[in-house]
Write a new protein. Structure first.
Length: 139
């Protein structure tokens, strides 16, 4: 792809290595393989984010991991223009399965990012050699 002269920088920022716990290790192991997992409750049927052992809706411990395509829409976002590593944006994505995910947006400029935009998960390497972290880019 050839760069045009005045195209603004796409949003991005370095991400710290995630804190991996026993509860979230399956998620990070899958992330290292490029797979996005969410949790679903077998008692009430609802999917939730972030992954927890106990369902946040009905407190059941009968929750299972489920692979998600990681597709959804931008619910809201905020662009940070003043950053030593360049502009970046964080916000919420509403997954097609229902849960809202707090995330960073990438591969998009501040002007292009819009509420309601269809986005898809991808994994960004993190600092310190930890597993990659989920971020969202235009679908
Ligand atoms: Zn439940």
């Amino acid at each position: 792809m050839s760069e045009t002269q005045e195209r603004p920088a796409t949003l991005s920022r370095p991400l710290p290595s995630p804190a991996v716990s026993i509860e979230t290790k399956p998620f990070w192991d899958a992330a290292a393989d490029g797979r996005f997992l969410i949790k679903r409750c077998k008692s009430c049927g609802q999917a939730h984010w972030y992954p927890r052992t106990y369902c946040p809706f009905c407190a059941s411990g009968d929750t299972v991991w489920e692979e998600s395509p990681g597709e959804g829409v931008v619910y809201t976002y905020s662009v940070m223009h003043r950053s030593p590593t360049g502009p970046y944006a964080i916000g919420y994505v509403t997954l097609n399965e229902g849960p809202a995910v707090l995330t960073n947006f990438v591969d998009v400029t501040a002007d292009e990012l819009k509420i309601g935009m269809k986005v898809k998960v991808k994994f960004q390497p993190t600092e310190g050699g930890g597993p990659p972290a989920p971020v969202f880019a235009p679908a």
